[in-house]
Design a protein around this ligand. Structure first.
Ligand code: ADP
Ligand code: MG
Length: 158
């Protein structure tokens, strides 16, 4: 279930999307799961690039077109980047792997196209809903039950 509490963030350009990912990652705790929803091209991978930067991971985050799962382990926390785009179903073995990353990996996870995840894997997750605006920018709605996440999402801290 998507948490009711949310913060709305205007993202005028690519750099703003990245900066949101950075802020969120700096406040992230081990075991945090971020579910990123939004159309193709709405900025989900850009957010994850920002997250890697916020964790001070040196690797470049790529859009995993054929790879469904990438790990970045050089930062403050391991970052698990999962992209379920075009997947029709999740095999049981892969589900076990995902569960391990998300809950026992000791890092933060970011999942693009999370609609396929079974509900028990999304319990306690934070949601970032991206929308493309007619002017070309984006908006993000960050939904979370954790005040630290909502505060981190704000471009201007409270
Ligand atoms: N706030 C923004 N305003 C305009 N363009 C953006 C913004 N955020 C990201 N982009 C651009 O949108 C394109 C698609 O971004 P990407 O992160 O790959 O989307 P997705 O992973 O959701 O498909 C990239 O060229 C990226 O630079
Ligand atoms: Mg993407």
């Amino acid at each position: 279930m998507i948490p009711d509490a949310s913060v709305q963030v205007e993202l005028a350009d690519h750099a703003a999307t990245r900066a949101l990912g950075e802020r969120v990652a700096r406040a992230a705790l081990p075991g945090d799961v971020y579910l990123l929803t939004g159309d193709l091209g709405s900025g989900k991978t850009t957010l994850v690039q920002g997250m890697a930067r916020g964790l001070d991971a040196v690797d470049d985050v790529s859009s995993p077109t054929f790879v469904i799962q990438n790990q970045y382990r050089t930062g403050r926390l391991p970052l698990f980047h999962i992209d379920l785009y075009r997947l029709e179903r999740i095999e049981a073995a892969f589900l076990d792997e995902l569960e391990e990353d998300l809950f026992d990996g000791g890092g933060m996870s970011a999942v693009e196209w999370p609609e396929l995840l079974p509900e028990d894997l999304t319990t306690g997750a934070h949601w970032i809903v991206l929308r493309t605006c007619p002017d070309g920018g984006r908006t993000a709605a960050v939904h979370s039950a954790a005040v630290r996440v909502l505060n981190a999402a704000r471009a201007t801290p409270p």
